[in-house]
Write a protein that binds this ligand. Structure first.
Ligand code: ACM
Length: 267
């Protein structure tokens, strides 16, 4: 199975330009599952909710999803990409999945980061989607800091964590190696690069997109300077084997009855 990332430098607000560039780059690959960054079509730093409202799109009818469906069909791709979604007068920081046959699924980011909380509504459920080759678990950017997300996706059958991102903290990529090791799954983190200056706020995104194997090995990675498309061949069945030693299976060895505190919100 072929999996990869497309690391991009979106221009804030230039949706058509951002989508056209992604589609052109995706035209260079075929027969693969490719992850793109969070909010790859709009950019990240919305000044206010009105600005977000003007750039958010419905799914599946919106421009971005329709264009991505076309290239997915043309190049036989499964795609996971981040966009601002408009639904029922609310806005979600969503990851959309499309497959070559026109299937569309959506994950709405559960763990909102910093100012995202001012504009976006959080999602209420985690999401796995099936391709012909493997089940994918979808998480968006800051979901990485909650190990429960990767774990629940793994328990729901995900073999590959697909992780559209706009990472700004320096240690997220390292943490994703741990998410892979502790769940024995693959992960594709597709980050963006560049700096956004909007009003008084400046953010620099860390790039470093990566494909990680169940043992934490980095199979491919990008720097923080250039847009980059990388695809690797994997044996996805490696993620079905949860045994660490002859005496340890990391899923079977858990004791959920000792962990019930984790499932409660109060202090
Ligand atoms: C983030 O969740 N975009 C850091």
């Amino acid at each position: 199975m072929r999996i990869g990332f497309l690391q991009l430098r979106p221009k804030f607000g230039a949706v058509k330009q951002n989508v056209r560039k992604a589609v052109t780059l995706l035209g260079k690959v075929s027969d693969a599952t490719i992850v793109l960054p969070e909010l790859f079509n709009t950019g990240y730093l919305f000044k206010n909710k009105e600005e977000l409202a003007s750039l958010a799109e419905p799914v599946p009818r919106g421009y971005t999803t329709q264009e991505m469906k076309k290239i997915a069909k043309k190049r036989n791709l499964n795609l996971v990409f981040g966009i601002a979604q408009k639904a029922n007068k609310k806005f979600y920081n969503s990851a959309v999945f499309v497959n070559p046959r026109g299937k569309v699924e959506v994950y709405q980011k559960v763990h909102l980061f910093d100012r995202e909380k001012l504009f976006f509504t959080r999602g209420k459920a985690f999401k796995t989607v099936s391709t012909d080759e493997a089940k994918l678990g979808i998480m968006v950017c800051f979901d990485w800091i909650f190990p429960e997300v990767a774990r629940i996706l793994t328990l729901n059958g995900a073999k590959i964590l697909c992780h559209p991102s706009n990472l700004v903290l320096p240690y997220a990529q390292d943490a994703m190696k741990t998410r892979c090791i502790e769940n024995r799954v693959f992960a594709v983190t597709a980050n963006r690069i560049g700096t956004e200056r909007r009003g008084t706020i400046t953010l620099t995104f860390t790039g470093g997109s990566q494909i990680v194997a169940p043992d934490g090995t980095v199979l491919a990675s990008a720097g923080d300077r250039s847009e980059s498309l990388r695809v690797v061949d994997i044996d996805v069945e490696e993620a079905s084997n949860k045994s660490l030693t002859v005496n340890n299976d990391i899923i079977e060895d858990r004791f959920p009855s000792l962990y019930s505190r984790i499932a409660r919100k109060s202090k």
